[in-house]
Design a protein. Sequence first.
Length: 236
Amino acid sequence: MAKYIVSSSPHISTTFTTRKMMLDVIIALIPATIASVLLYGFYPLCMMILCVGTCVFSEWLFNVIGKRFQSVGDLSAVVTGMILSLNLPPVVPFYVPIVGGFFAIVIVKMLFGGIGKNFVNPALAGRAFLLGSYAGVMTTWVDPAAGKAPLLGGAADVVTAATPLAYMKGSGDAVAASFAELTAKYPVADMFLGKTGGSLGEVSALLLIVGGVYLIWRKVINWQTPVAYIGTVAVL
């Protein structure tokens, strides 16, 4: 009688590893990162370095202390750090990305078992935690038209501006009137290119689309998910 050995799942192997997928996501985030530097200067780049560094170090240290398999090589912590930094305002104190990166990795990701086992997205949970903890600095938006943010300094050194959504909310009750006032302040072309107030990674729709097209081309994501999401928001 033949002997059969049953192994645990997964039973299908592929050369498309987690590391390769995360590398594609990193590449897709580079256009939005470049936009943040062009619009606001090198301060956002410092924030991203702090976010990524904190996330990678936190995951490495957690694995060392817990005597777990070292998982930093899969680049998921780098992706978390980049996404978290792109969800921050252009100017925040240096401790904000450090606190957010630690919370995202240790509390949300690693304590629940690591990549694939966290119940929410670590980067977005980190942003929510920072918004609840530092509401003031997390809702201070820089006006790109006023020039670059200083490399050393704080929000007091920059000109602030409302985001398009905040401007539209406070401009009037009628939707048509609100939109007219909004486009008088921010032309559609400026909103598409990113010349408005907002988080680092949300301002340039053009470069976010470039990153999304790259992920679709690489088959990391399918086009149906973003189209369904954006289409639902547009209809509502």
